[in-house]
Design a protein around this ligand. Structure first.
Ligand SMILES: [Zn+2]
Length: 576
């Protein structure tokens, strides 16, 4: 998971209410004399207390108790072991982790997802359709994910400026004045156009492309958003200037691509040098999906020096410089490297539902298995990212399989590959679903569930929300027993499941409304495909994406809390 924006930026427009877990809703009138210029109040209904809880059916209570810190810890010890070398994409360590997941599903008695073309229906039992050949069964847990890898990746950006008969040529090398993002090998050369911030937000009456024709051109845009409070809304910050530099240009790339541009040049401004200094800034190994005919248009981030060559020194330094064609300026982007095909794999198991009708609907629960791998002698174990989610999903799957009576709907357990490099496994599934998206009642994502919120963060959340009875809420919340699931704004079924599952698993919740289309984990492509999704995530911590994210630093008891919450939520979605 890339780094999302800090919590303080997340809170905005709300109604006023307070929902007790038992579903009693008592609306509180907004404070008589609102504080001057305070942000609008949060919908108190999004705060869920951990008590009182409805008594779950006995088998569900037993299943919850069966998800233990001991078992989770044991799984994390293996997944985050240096022996797996950080489970990098394309590595043996990742292959071993994926096969561990498949054999764990097999051990739990969870059949593989019958490939769609076998004609075997959702109710098919592994034994029945694989004729009892263990190897054949084992191999059917894997969904191949075709990828391209470019090694020794690099290239340059050249800017030719024609003035009368003279042409000034300047080249900016990757890793010096340009950071090239993963892109197909080749050369693109086209006239350049400056499109301001490169944003179209009709709701705000803002369109940087107004009057510009960028078809077949290379578009140059500025980082961030225009000034003004309206642009501080979390959804806009998340879209145009998320905490994670990797995703910073994504939305602007999509806008330029939709308007026919061939490539996007992002002016990083003063932050360029700092970005360049970051460990993973200049990638020399690029991964791309192999199943999409047209790869996304390339993005190149450039330094102030390159910006001046493109726009002229004055404009480059002027944030309000207007969008305009750049007559006489031609940009050429050359990417170099060695490309080869690699097939990674998703692992998928399926438990058919017990109801003849409702079994045609499925709840898909997913967690990525891959992590950053190794860089030279340095290994990135990825204990929290995402051994915690993988271990939890394996225990959740085992708990579902052990239920004396299956839930009415089908439950699918998906272990994704390639999340760190581009959400490749989940993206491939959304493009080639082993189960129809239209019959997917919800996608539930687990990523980094091992670190709790800090007390002061919960307190800030409550005060930012100006929760009418915040003191009572805080008094009732144990810090470690708090989580903030993410879900779309209008998702009554998901909300009902969370309202039930939070108290049943002893967790207080804040429901974080997000559209997820620029989300930092595997729910992104489900959100884009308009599949109702739930994001389960714990918290960031100093060793995030560092070698220090080790099994020793992860508290299995925290993973247990979140795993039980996810099990209860998924059970409610599958059974009710
Ligand atoms: Zn992750």
């Amino acid at each position: 998971m890339p780094m999302p924006m800090r919590r303080s930026a997340v809170r905005f427009v709300f109604a006023v209410g307070f929902t007790l877990a038992a579903g009693i809703t008592i609306a509180f009138a907004a404070a008589a004399s609102p504080a001057p210029a305070a942000p609008p109040a949060a919908p108190a209904r999004d705060f869920v207390l951990a008590a009182p809880a409805e008594t779950p059916p006995a088998p569900v209570a037993t299943a919850l108790k069966g998800i233990t810190a001991e078992a989770l810890g044991a799984r994390v010890q293996f997944l985050a072991s240096p022996t797996l070398e950080g489970r990098g994409l394309g590595s043996l360590g990742l292959d071993a982790a994926l096969e561990y997941a498949a054999s764990s599903l097999m051990l739990a008695g969870i059949p593989p997802l019958a490939p769609a073309d076998t004609g075997a229906g959702a109710g098919a039992d592994a034994g029945a359709d694989a004729g009892g050949d263990a190897r054949a069964i084992f191999l059917r847990y894997f969904q191949p994910v075709p990828l391209r890898v470019i090694t020794g990746a690099g290239g340059e950006l050249a800017v030719d400026t024609r003035r009368d008969d003279a042409v000034m040529q300047r080249a900016f090398a990757s890793g010096v004045d340009a950071i090239l993002e993963p892109a197909r090998l080749g050369t693109i050369s086209a006239p350049a156009v400056f499109a301001g911030y490169g944003i179209r937000e009709p709701d705000l009456g803002h369109d940087d492309y107004k009057g510009l024709d960028v078809r077949g051109k290379i578009v140059v845009v500025r980082r961030g958003t225009p000034e003004g409070d309206a642009w501080n809304a979390a959804a806009l910050r998340g879209r145009y200037d998320p905490g994670d530099a990797d995703d910073r240009w994504e939305a602007k790339r999509e806008t330029a691509e939709a308007l026919g541009a061939l490539a996007l040049v992002g002016l990083e401004g003063d932050g360029f040098a700092a970005r360049l200094a970051e460990r993973d800034a200049v990638l020399t190994t690029w991964w791309l999906p192999a199943d999409v005919a047209s790869a996304p248009i390339p993005v190149v981030r450039v330094s102030p020096l390159a910006a001046a060559a493109l726009l002229g020194a004055d404009s480059a330094a002027a944030p309000a410089a207007a969008a305009r064609p750049l007559p006489g300026v031609t940009v050429t982007l050359r990417t170099t490297g060695t490309e080869r095909a690699v097939v990674s794999r998703n692992v998928v198991g399926l438990l058919a539902g017990s109801d003849p009708a409702l079994r045609e609907e499925a709840v898909v629960i997913g967690a990525h298995v891959d992590h950053l791998g190794r860089a030279g002698d340095t290994i990135f174990p990825g204990a929290d990212d995402n051994s915690s989610g993988t271990a939890a999903l394996l225990e959740i799957a085992r708990a579902f399989a052990a239920l004396p009576e299956r839930p009415k709907r089908t439950v699918i357990f998906a272990f994704w590959t390639g999340e760190e490099e581009g959400k490749f496994g989940s993206g491939y599934w959304v493009r080639h679903p082993g189960w129809p998206l239209a019959r997917t009642r919800a996608y539930v994502n687990l990523d980094m569930i091992g670190h709790p919120w800090l007390r002061e963060e919960i307190e800030k959340l409550v005060s930012d929300a100006r929760l009418p009875d915040g003191a009572a809420f805080l008094a009732a919340v144990k810090t470690a027993d708090f989580a903030e699931p993410g879900l779309p704004a209008d998702a009554p079924e998901l909300e009902a499941a969370l309202r039930w599952a939070g108290p049943v698993s002893g967790m207080a919740l804040h429901l974080d409304r997000t559209d997820g289309t620029h989300g930092g984990s595997d729910y992104r492509d489900f959100a884009r495909a308009r599949v109702p999704f739930l994001r389960f995530f714990g918290n960031f911590f100093p060793a995030y994406h560092e070698p220090g994210d080790t099994a020793e630093t992860l508290d299995p008891a925290q993973v247990q809390r979140m795993a039980r919450l996810v099990f209860a939520t998924a059970w409610h979605l599958a059974a009710r």
